[in-house]
Write a protein that binds this ligand. Structure first.
Ligand SMILES: Cc1cc2nc3c(=O)[nH]c(=O)nc-3n(C[C@H](O)[C@H](O)[C@H](O)COP(=O)(O)OP(=O)(O)OC[C@H]3O[C@@H](n4cnc5c(N)ncnc54)[C@H](O)[C@@H]3O)c2cc1C
Ligand SMILES: NC(=O)c1ccc[n+]([C@@H]2O[C@H](COP(=O)([O-])OP(=O)(O)OC[C@H]3O[C@@H](n4cnc5c(N)ncnc54)[C@H](OP(=O)(O)O)[C@@H]3O)[C@@H](O)[C@H]2O)c1
Length: 360
């Protein structure tokens, strides 16, 4: 299993990354062993409610320890006034040349100083000043690597960044400050990093859980982190044996992010991993409608609804803000079939940390 991670790591860059001499020594794509990570079990903590069983009424609740109270979760270790200075190790485009827009996978050195968990984000402060002569404000980016990083040594953090370029009302081409700063970084360049932050998207601890992941575009980032931990790594205290189901929505097949890695996972654990793509500009459903992530989900509607009735099903959503409404719309009709009001039900799921959303 561990060596599979290596193959996947090798397959990642679509073009050969150029590494600084200093980083070459430490980065080996031919590692045969990823370090097991020991995670202390949560001890005391705030209690949250979970659904004990599902009926057509509002779900009953039992108490369980919140993932957000897990002792080891660090937040805001580095703040904007005193950011961590990491170095860019790899910066590689992972979308095809004909894809609309450009997305990069970027790896930074942390020397273990940014102790993040799968599902957290970091802040990046672009070099330079804004139009008021002040340093740029930080932008948040979901971490795309598992806690031990792409090289298994807990010394790196990776991001999946879309280069923002748009035409404004005056017809001028505008480039987003931080995404362009990041996508243009050369290996060896210094980067101001803050965080880690965020607890909403932390993974469920239960290794037998059903984890449904709904990502659009770069919203895939936290799910790559989850899935590496589940399928590419060995941990003393975590062996995933549940069901991971990833839905990924992208515009074209040339923008399917990390596709080879996910296909490798599917080969490794066909019983534990389901993978569904929604390629909006190339696929349609039987009614001829554009294939958005919610359109693909609708094809599995009753199966998804049955899964949602289980106490150990956890749904995660990340990416474009618009996707949330689209997904809510299909859930409303599913729930209604069982006489359940979706918004009430969703509230309970959220309380139980079974419905986790980070959209922007
Ligand atoms: C929790 C969180 C996690 C995130 N994770 C990621 C991630 O993993 N990967 C990723 O790529 N991004 C991610 N983002 C988004 C990221 O933080 C930045 O917002 C994004 O990179 C753009 O920043 P920028 O500095 O390049 O653009 P900015 O210079 O900040 O410009 C953005 C602004 O441009 C304007 N704008 C944008 N598009 C248009 C348009 N079409 N027409 C007119 N005006 C427009 C809007 O006013 C917008 O606020 C995340 C955001 C959050 C909150
Ligand atoms: N944690 C976070 O909050 C977080 C993390 C990562 C990224 N982000 C943000 O997520 C966004 C991802 O953008 P991207 O440029 O990487 O994505 P992208 O490559 O453009 O892919 C987005 C996909 O979603 C589709 N889509 C558009 N509207 C939709 C809707 N209402 N419902 C469902 N699908 C819809 C798009 O289809 P069409 O283009 O064909 O219409 C496309 O297929 C960015 O804004 C990024 O900043 C947020």
């Amino acid at each position: 299993m561990a060596s599979a991670a290596v193959t996947a790591a090798v397959s990642l860059p679509s073009s050969k990354p150029s590494l600084s001499p200093a980083s070459l020594e430490r980065i080996s794509f031919h590692k045969t062993c990823l370090h097991p990570r020991s995670t202390a079990a949560a001890k005391a903590g705030r209690l949250v409610t979970v659904r004990a069983q599902v009926t057509t009424e509002a779900p009953a609740k039992v108490a369980k320890v919140s993932k957000k109270d897990d002792e080891g979760v660090v937040t805001n270790k580095y703040k904007p006034k005193e950011p961590y200075i990491g170095r860019c190790l790899i910066n590689t485009k992972i979308t095809g040349d004909d894809a609309p827009g450009e997305t990069n996978h970027i790896v930074f050195s942390t020397e273990g100083e940014i102790p993040y968990r799968e599902g957290q984000s970091i802040g990046v402060i672009a070099d330079g000043i804004d139009k008021n002569g002040k340093p740029h404000k930080l932008r948040l980016y979901s971490i795309a690597s598992s806690a031990i990083g792409d090289f298994g040594d807990s010394k790196t953090v990776s991001l999946c960044v879309k280069r923002l370029v748009y035409t404004n009302e005056q017809g001028e081409i505008v480039k987003g400050v931080c995404s362009n700063f990041l996508c243009d970084l050369k290996p060896g360049a210094a980067v101001k990093i803050t965080g880690p932050v965020g607890k909403e998207m932390l993974m469920p601890k239960d290794p037998n859980a059903t984890v449904v992941m709904l990502g659009t575009g770069t919203g895939i980032a936290p799910f790559r982190a989850f899935l590496w931990k589940m399928f590419f790594e060995k941990h003393e205290n975590y062996k995933f044996n549940g069901l991971a189901w990833l839905f990924l929505g992208v515009p074209t097949s040339s923008s399917l992010l990390y596709k080879e890695e996910f296909e490798k996972m599917k080969e490794l654990a066909p019983e534990n991993f389901r993978l569904d793509f929604a390629v909006s500009r190339e696929q349609t459903n039987e009614k001829g409608e554009k294939m958005y992530i919610q359109t693909r989900m609708a094809q599995y509607a009753s199966e998804l609804w049955e899964l949602l009735k289980k106490d150990n099903t956890f749904v995660y959503m990340c990416g474009l803000k618009g996707m949330e409404k689209g997904i809510d719309d299909i859930m409303v009709s599913l729930a209604a079939k069982d006489g359940i009001d979706w918004l009430t039900y969703k509230r309970e799921l959220k309380k139980a940390e079974q419905w986790n959303v980070e959209v922007y």
